[in-house]
Design a protein around this ligand. Structure first.
Ligand SMILES: [Mg+2]
Length: 323
């Protein structure tokens, strides 16, 4: 059997898989700050200096760590990941979705596209479920100390990762991501993408995915039940669906993804059927095209024997009665 069709599920992280910003669980308390005060200071730094918001919090993380004698190593940031809280059902979600995909003849791959810190996500209990984690990250000195941002991921630059995943050019430095690629050569067709996010930073990705035939799902915290954002995104046409961020198999989100996967599976089965039919009709087209060319060449006279033999061999390759 040929390779299974692949489905890519891309997730935002903060407030999509986790109920808060990842810095809120351990890092911000460890520097003795209130969550709101940290983000107010970070956003003011960005505004006052015309700075990217991600670069601002990354700078502030290093500055505050230094002031509090906290290590700024990859390991220290990864260690923050184990305390990141996740929405209900997230730890077992991937297994259930993969099993469902398997039953439907699909290979499901999971990807993170987050503005948060990659190292923290890598330290979280669910990191092993992702084919790739795209997020902001630090560059470390030879002594293992964070000295500079290596990547920042936000708004429209989140979309490049959709193209990377679709085209199979996964490395951040691979500039072939900008090359055009015919749809039938894509590693994962855009119609097989599902993007799950919660906020405005996800809008460009939602837009890219839905405009290319994929699916976007907005989630909201089931405990606070704050739905204004998903209602707005849905009304603005950014979302195909929305659901509470409950990732258990009893949740609406699982049901929605199940229906999307069933739909993708049906479409893939029809595509495969079409390819089989094409393989049947193509030899007939070739035979008729060559017959026409040789007929024209003969100009109303009898087609020479060798050419008649060629035609007969082409006709032999056509299945069924075509007389
Ligand atoms: Mg988010």
């Amino acid at each position: 059997m040929s390779k299974k069709p692949i489905v890519a599920i891309c997730y935002d992280f903060d407030k999509t898989l986790s109920p808060d910003d990842m810095q809120a669980f351990t890092f911000i308390p460890s520097i003795g700050m209130d969550k709101q005060a940290f983000w107010d200071e970070s956003n003011a730094l960005a505004k006052d200096n015309r700075m990217d918001k991600n670069l601002a919090w990354m700078h502030l993380m290093l500055k505050k760590s230094d002031a509090n004698n906290l290590p700024v190593t990859r390991e220290a940031f990864k260690a923050l990941g184990k305390d990141v809280k996740l929405f209900k059902g997230v730890p077992t979600w991937f297994k259930h979705v993969n099993e469902l995909g398997d039953r439907l003849g699909l290979e499901v791959r999971h990807y993170i596209i987050s503005s948060g810190l990659k190292e923290i996500i890598e330290g979280s209990s669910i990191a092993g479920n992702f084919n790739r984690i795209y997020a902001s990250s630090f560059f470390y000195s030879v002594n293992g100390v964070a000295i500079w941002p290596a990547q920042t991921v936000n708004y429209t630059n989140k979309t490049q990762y959709i193209f990377r995943i679709a085209k199979g050019f996964l490395e951040e430095h691979d500039e072939r991501v900008n090359d055009s690629m015919p749809d039938d050569e894509l590693e994962i067709p855009y119609e097989n993408f599902i993007y799950i996010g919660d906020s405005d930073t996800d809008v460009p990705c939602m837009r890219v995915v839905t405009s290319k035939g994929g699916y976007s799902i907005g989630v909201y915290n089931p405990e606070t039940d704050k739905r204004a954002r998903v209602y707005k995104l849905f009304e603005d046409g950014r979302l195909n669906f929305f659901a509470p961020a409950d990732y258990s198999t009893a949740g609406d989100l699982f049901e929605t993804v199940k229906e999307i996967l069933e739909c993708i599976s049906t479409k893939e089965n029809l595509k495969a059927k079409k390819r089989e039919l094409k393989a049947l009709s193509t030899p007939y087209k070739l035979y008729k095209d060559v017959e026409k060319i040789l007929g024209n060449k003969a100009g109303g006279k009898r087609i020479p024997k060798r050419e008649q033999e060629l035609l007969a061999s082409l006709k032999d390759q056509v299945e069924g009665n075509t007389d």
